[in-house]
Design a protein around this ligand. Structure first.
Ligand code: NAD
Length: 360
């Protein structure tokens, strides 16, 4: 039976970059006889315009039925002033939570061809290959109670809650160890156990899970130190596992090591490796509609989808190789351009990857 993939382009540059990723996916589908069937729907601002909500029930139902979801990005100034509960980003949080996508994988890989695009010296980042595993459906972004209350002196006080249960920690720790096991066998768990109760439990459970992975070297690091180490000596890391808030911040920091957020894919997986795949960046309203966005993060998200949800490693490798060849040819979108390279637009970049994939 064919595998169903739901395509949700979203807003801003979302539809532009998704068009390129879909072209690549269709070529891979034919070349490797993957038997995928694609369906399209709306999310975020586009869904607000169509349905009045950022994620319609029928779209969520389609996402549940699909074997994997490929998403562009959501949000934009057009929807910035609407009620907070139906903002485009709410659609994203809802689909992640409803599909139980608790494991967010964010690789930060520096293509050697882009060493000049990094904000750090080439010798510090050359060969960089880190995987950040971020807990995605718990912690402070979802914790209750939250809100604003009035104190006795009449002043307002805002508050959030950072809860983590043993099972939530255990399952994300397992993802971290599993990933480390098939990579460099080093896992660094990042927390703030010197201050936070949730981090103390986090550390205790990670230690327990470690007993099942004697082949993986476990270390712990406070998040403030991890933020510093990522720019001081990032190659010391193989896999980092951390909570929702810390992972959000550290993965954006790691993204800059690689030159551009336009290069970084991500995967969000449930307990059965069903996943949603999306670039790490947002909808980039500042460049939307200009045909200059970098589609490679979305194209590389397709490769992650083939690898993690469908076990199609040959096809996934081929897409990554095709991207590498295009970079070898000196083609660059504006965000990764450096002197001596040829600047191309979104569509030309997509066409070049398609051609490279066909010629492999
Ligand atoms: P952003 O990631 O959209 O953009 C940050 C900067 O990076 C911008 O200068 C943009 O032009 C550039 N950029 C991003 N992707 C690029 C690409 N593929 N090629 C070239 N340049 C690229 O973040 P932002 O500006 O903070 O947010 C814009 C909107 O996106 C907001 O509405 C925000 O809520 C939303 N957002 C959505 C997601 C998501 O859908 N997962 C994530 C982050 C932000």
């Amino acid at each position: 039976m064919s595998k169903q993939i739901l395509i949700l382009p979203g807003d801003g540059i979302g539809p532009e970059i998704m068009a390129q990723a879909v072209k690549v996916l269709e070529v891979a589908n034919d070349k490797f006889q993957l038997d995928f069937e694609l369906t399209h729907d709306v999310i975020g601002g586009a869904a607000i315009d169509k349905h009045g909500v950022p994620l319609a029930d029928e779209t969520l139902a389609r996402a549940r039925e699909a074997d994997a979801v490929l998403l562009g990005a959501v949000g934009g100034p057009k929807w910035d002033t609407i009620e907070r509960d139906i903002r485009p980003e709410r659609g994203l949080l809802k689909i992640r939570a409803q599909l139980g996508l608790f494991g967010n994988l964010r690789p930060a890989i520096l293509y050697p061809q882009l060493a000049d695009a990094s904000s750090l010296k080439p010798e510090i980042v050359a060969g960089l290959d880190i995987l950040i595993v971020r807990e995605l459906t718990g912690g402070i972004y979802f914790g209750a109670p939250r809100g604003v209350r009035e104190l006795e002196n009449g002043e307002r006080q805002a508050y959030d809650t950072l809860p983590y249960s043993e099972s939530e920690i255990r399952r994300i720790a397992r993802v971290g160890f599993d990933m480390a096991r098939v990579r460099g066998k080093k896992l660094c768990s990042v927390d703030k156990a010197n201050v936070l109760a949730s981090s103390q439990l986090w550390r205790e459970i990670v230690e327990q899970v470690a007993k099942d992975y004697p082949d993986v070297e476990l270390s712990h690091m406070y998040v403030d130190n991890a933020a510093m180490q990522l720019v001081r000596a990032p190659k010391q890391f193989d896999v980092i596992v951390t909570d929702n808030l810390f992972g959000d911040i550290l993965s954006d920091e790691a993204s800059m090591l690689t030159g551009s957020i336009g290069m970084l894919p991500s995967a969000s997986l449930d307990a059965n490796n069903k996943g949603m795949y999306e670039p790490c960046h947002g909808s980039a309203p500042d460049i939307a509609g200009q045909g200059i966005a970098n589609p490679l993060a979305t194209i590389l998200s397709v490769s992650m989808m083939l690898r993690y949800s469908f076990n199609q490693h040959t096809a996934a490798d081929a897409i990554e190789q095709a991207v590498s060849r295009v970079l070898d040819q000196g083609l660059r979108t504006g965000d990764i351009w450096s002197a001596g390279c040829t600047q191309v637009g979104t569509q030309e970049m997509g066409d070049a990857v398609v051609a490279a994939l066909q010629n492999l």
